[in-house]
Design a protein around this ligand. Structure first.
Ligand SMILES: Nc1ncnc2c1ncn2[C@@H]1O[C@H](COP(=O)(O)OP(=O)(O)OP(=O)(O)O)[C@@H](O)[C@H]1O
Ligand SMILES: [Mg+2]
Length: 275
């Protein structure tokens, strides 16, 4: 009997993200740090919201909290609604079912996404099995090469057999993206997914994301300090500073004619980043 090959590239339901008045407080060595301070935002199916901001402004904390991973000592108030379900009210088991299945996550450091001790293909197959997207081990294994190829990894069979350290930084980054997209989530949260990449590969990964938005109606929350990336695929941008969104709106308006002084400073500081 041939096991059915899953169709992970055909997305299920689309997802709508509503973050409302989210505050995340970390316990730092010098006391409390309000890393995210009253943030509200939405991302619709097929839309890319790019979160910009200087280092330490709270972008990764925001991204992780959307996944229900704010950190063990963090205090969280507010709402993170995924198509109506408040993820902050779910227990760990329910969250685990959402994470990777309905929401894909590319963490800031791709090496934290990949297990160094296991072959890349086995890791992708496992996420398909865990979420029952593939019907059995064999079907999961069979689906892997197409998934790796879909993120622009050539020689996918060889990549599948490789351990993460045998890949280049760009290949690892793409493998992390493949892992996040394996179950065809409706929302992709990507934290600096292109920072480690050279300009050409960066453009390819961004174009891949743009394709997913257009073809599968995926919603994308992209954290970056790359203004070029924001320009390339962001429908809207939100600029964070000290945990707050200081300005938000259509990408062109916020970045071309920045009304907020901080957005203007960000643009002025990186003239090469804006095209
Ligand atoms: N686990 C933690 N414990 C204590 N403080 C933390 C923790 N994680 C983040 N912080 C603090 O929260 C603030 C926001 O950090 P965060 O990592 O969200 O910023 P960021 O915008 O992603 O920065 P970068 O651009 O450098 O990645 C910083 O002051 C940081 O020191
Ligand atoms: Mg960060």
């Amino acid at each position: 009997m041939t096991a059915p090959v899953p169709v992970p590239l055909q997305g299920p339901a689309t997802e709508h993200l509503h973050v409302e008045n989210l505050t995340v407080t970390h316990q730092g060595p010098g006391g409390e740090v309000r890393a995210v301070d009253g943030v509200s935002l939405t991302v619709a199916p097929g839309e890319a919201l790019v979160v910009l901001g200087e280092s330490g402004s709270g972008k990764s904390t925001l991204a992780r909290t959307v996944l229900g991973l704010p950190g063990r000592t963090a205090r969280v108030t507010g709402h993170v609604r995924l198509s109506g379900t408040d993820l902050l009210t779910l227990d760990e088991r329910a969250l685990t079912a959402v994470r990777g299945r309905r929401v894909g996550y590319v963490p800031q450091d791709p090496d934290t996404a990949l297990d160094p001790l296991r072959r890349v293909g086995a890791q992708v197959a496992e996420v398909l099995l865990r979420h029952r997207v593939a019907d059995g081990r064999r079907a999961a294994r069979q689906a892997v090469p197409a998934l790796l190829e879909s993120v622009g990894l050539t020689a996918p069979d060889r990549i599948a057999r490789s351990h993460p350290h045998q890949l280049s930084g760009g290949q690892r980054q793409r493998a992390a993206v493949a892992l996040a997209l394996a179950c065809a989530p409706g929302l992709l949260v990507a934290d600096e997914p292109t920072t480690a990449l050279d300009a050409l590969v960066r453009a390819q990964v961004l174009d891949l994301f743009a394709g997913l938005l257009g073809e599968r109606g995926i919603a994308l929350l992209l954290v970056t300090h790359d203004l070029g990336a924001a320009r390339r695929i962001g429908h809207r941008v939100a600029v964070m500073r000290h945990g707050r969104i200081v300005t938000t709106g259509p990408t062109d308006r916020v970045l071309t004619t920045p009304e907020h002084p901080y957005a203007a400073a960000l643009v002025a500081a990186r003239p090469g980043g804006v095209r």
